[in-house]
Design a protein. Structure first.
Ligand code: SAM
Length: 377
């Protein structure tokens, strides 16, 4: 394998020198540096003792946790033998001194911290390490669903999960049956698809967690480019699980663009989308801490801070209005978002931009009022 050395955050590491990322024998996507920056900040805030990077590829994520946060022990796992060998090399490149090793596992000391590099199926490893980790990162190709059960068993009952899903076509309704099979939910197409996709993913984790009498608290959830990312804190107990299930419900949308939603166990009207999460997508204190940490941190992407600010300023209510789509449906002139938001504020409502779309707003105003604001009334 031809290798080149790159840097991201505090980590130096080798990546395959392939022309296209998906042709490389071991996967590394520099575009995901924002995802990793935010994850490093999250781990820094959450202060886990033991973290698992379950699908590690080059090891970049686990290495960054080790080098940029206070975590004491990081496991980096991959099923691919070439990835395993590359992670071993990358840990050594970052000062790792081998403590012991076998064909499938090596333990390193990295400046007084413990790094464990493991080759194997993530589900097998997580089944072996019952309630061992404080934080588990699932960053797979496509859907994370096949790893959720074991992750919910390998993480401590008050631990944390970071979950990525890159199967946007499935969660956004291009492959409805695949969404029903994998996420046990009906996806929506159109302007609400990304937010609904994110909420379907969270809803699924909440339902899986409930089996173990675990509740979930969403610390931060977002959609960006081709992926969804969610950070969850687990809460132990049947009552906590019931509380998080009370945030599961359904979404409806009619041809005018008007949407409505309802928290219920089964949909009470036809043509519902979901089940999906209708609770918060952010914990204000957590996001404030991420922003504070980001001032001192050496971030790999110059877009991370701006993106975190956008997330932090966004009104946290379910779903949003795409002003272009609504103007088109109602034969209205397209106005600037700033003007529409100002109109809504004058009428006594809250309104902000949203990271889900540059042409959309989040507001607590009813649909007819949003139409008035678009008309400039
Ligand atoms: N987390 C990495 C990062 O931030 O650069 C990228 C991970 S890549 C998207 C997914 C990795 O999961 C691949 O390296 C693949 O070999 C590995 N993988 C796929 N199925 C697996 C399994 N069942 N157990 C462990 N690793 C697996």
């Amino acid at each position: 394998m031809e290798l080149k050395e790159v840097r991201e955050g505090a980590a130096r590491f080798f990546v395959p020198g392939a022309e296209r990322i998906y042709d490389a024998p071991v996967f590394y996507n520099p575009v995901m540096a924002i995802n990793r920056d935010i994850s490093v900040l999250a781990v820094d805030v959450l202060k886990p003792s033991r973290a698992l990077d379950a699908l590690s590829a080059t090891g970049v994520r686990g290495l960054r946790y080790l080098l940029e946060t206070s975590v004491g022990e990081v496991w980096m796992n991959d099923i691919n033998e070439e990835a395993f060998n590359l992670i071993l090399r990358n840990v050594e490149l970052n000062g790792g001194k081998i403590v012991n090793s076998s064909n499938e596992r090596a333990v390193f000391d990295v400046s007084g911290k413990r790094a464990v590099v493991n080759r194997g199926d993530a589900n097998r490893l997580m089944a072996e390490k019952f309630r061992y980790f404080d934080f588990i990162d699932l960053d797979p190709f496509g859907a994370p669903v096949e790893f959720l059960d074991t992750a919910l068993r390998a993480v401590k009952r008050r631990g944390f999960l970071g979950v990525t899903a890159t199967d946007t076509g499935v969660l956004c309704g291009a492959y409805r049956n695949a969404c029903m099979r994998k996420y046990l939910a009906v996806p929506i197409r159109g302007e609400l698809c990304h937010e609904a996709g994110l909420r379907i993913l969270i809803g699924l984790v909440a339902r899986y967690a409930a089996k173990y009498d675990l509740g979930v608290k969403v610390l931060l959830a977002y959609h960006r480019e081709h992926y969804f990312r969610v950070f969850l804190g687990l809460e132990s107990g049947a009552r906590k699980a019931d509380e998080s299930l009370s945030n599961i419900g359904y979404l409806w949308q009619d041809r005018s663009g008007k949407f409505w939603y309802s928290r219920e166990f089964l949909p009470s009207a036809s043509n519902a989308y979901g089940p999906l999460w209708l609770g918060a997508l952010r914990d204000e204190d957590f996001v404030a801490s991420l922003l504070k940490k980001s001032q001192e941190a050496v971030l790999a992407s110059n877009k991370t801070l701006e993106f975190l600010r956008l997330l932090s300023d966004e009104l946290d209510v379910p779903f949003h209005y795409d002003t272009h789509a609504i103007a088109g449906r109602h034969g209205l002139e397209v106005r600037k978002l700033a003007v529409i938001m100002e109109n809504l504020k004058k009428m006594g409502y809250r309104a902000t931009r949203t990271h889900f779309s540059p042409t959309s707003i989040k507001t607590d105003a009813p649909f007819d009022t949003v139409l008035d604001a678009l008309r400039g009334l």
